[in-house]
Design a protein around this ligand. Structure first.
Ligand SMILES: [Zn+2]
Length: 335
């Protein structure tokens, strides 16, 4: 019994031992298993944490302001919105720019054509300025003439002054814009012109008769009793075999109608005083058509050509005096 019991005890002990060993083994196994799982979990946790911190690091790098990735995503979305908005604005700007370019092009064309017009205008203005300059010069010239006392005996000066006035009048008509200005200048010039023309009417520049010059003024060499002597001719002879009218060469007053031959060789003659220092004489006349005291005008008939006195043919002997001094009539007539 004791033996049995001892065996049983031994078994029991062994079984207990096994139980303990198993328990220990199991416990060890469980411990082992749990340890492995725990390590795996720890690893995963570490990995996630690494990823998280990496993400956070990246996020932090991308933007220090956003603590979470959601914030960041939102911010990025906002940035995209802004970018898209800006893109739209840019597109609008590009469109506007194109429209502006078209407008600019058309404005450019307008400007070019306006430029051309301006150039044309400036040319016109230049030529007008030139005309005005000419006008002013002419007016200056006329002012000079008007301001100066023109000697009424200087027919050339009178004629030239009248011509200047007429040219000035033309310039004034062409360049003055307002009739008032034009009229004022015009009247002034017309008055002066009429004064000068009046003076000129007393200047003996007419021809005393129709014909041709047959004997000139001054010294001539002539044969006298077989000798050559100088003979002074006091006037200019105008010859016309058919005779004809003798005309006053300027306005004046008839001061002498001498219709008798007193042997001077001059024959019958008519004398006119022109009142400005000039006096003219017409000799060898056949008859007179005026009387002493008559007022005569330039070109008016005063006598008929003849050959009274020492005349070999029908002609008029024409004398011109200035302040009593004989002048060469060739300087006054036009043959
Ligand atoms: Zn003569």
């Amino acid at each position: 019994m004791k033996e049995h019991s001892r065996f049983t005890d031994i078994i029991k002990d062994r079984l207990n031992s096994i139980k303990v060993a198993l328990a220990i083994l199991l416990a060890a196994g469980v411990v082992l298993c749990v340890g492995s799982l725990q390590k795996k979990l720890e690893d995963k946790k570490n990995t996630l944490s690494d990823v998280n911190s990496a993400i956070n690091e990246v996020a932090g790098k991308i933007s220090g302001e956003y603590s979470t990735s959601e914030d960041m995503v939102e911010a990025i979305e906002q940035i995209y919105d802004i970018i898209s908005e800006k893109q739209n604005e840019l597109e609008e700007l590009v469109k506007t720019n194109e429209q502006n370019r078209e407008i600019l092009n058309s404005q450019n064309e307008t400007i070019t054509s306006q430029n051309n017009t301006i150039i044309e205008y400036s040319e016109t203005i230049d030529s007008q300025a030139q005309a005005i300059e000419q006008r002013d010069e002419a007016i200056d010239e006329i002012t000079r003439i008007v301001g100066k006392d023109i000697d009424p005996i200087d027919g050339d000066a009178l004629k030239s002054a009248i011509q200047d006035i007429e040219e000035t009048e033309k310039v004034i008509v062409q360049t003055y814009k307002t009739p008032v200005q034009m009229t004022a200048y015009y009247q002034q010039l017309e008055e002066t012109k009429s004064e000068l023309t009046e003076m000129l009417s007393f200047y003996p520049d007419g021809n005393p008769a129709v014909g041709e010059i047959s004997y000139t003024f001054g010294n001539h060499y002539v044969k006298k009793n077989g000798k050559t002597v100088t003979s002074f001719h006091r006037g200019l002879d105008i010859y016309n075999k058919n005779g004809g009218a003798i005309y006053a060469t300027a306005d004046g007053t008839v001061t002498e109608v001498h219709l008798r031959d007193d042997g001077t060789g001059l024959g019958y003659y008519v004398r006119i005083d022109h009142g400005n220092g000039y006096m003219t004489l017409y000799g060898h006349v056949k008859s007179a058509t005026v009387q002493v005291g008559d007022k005569v005008e330039k070109g008016q008939q005063i006598a008929w050509m003849g050959k009274t006195g020492a005349a070999t043919g029908i002609h008029v002997h024409y004398e011109v005096y200035l302040y009593g001094k004989l002048q060469d009539p060739i300087n006054y007539v036009d043959y």
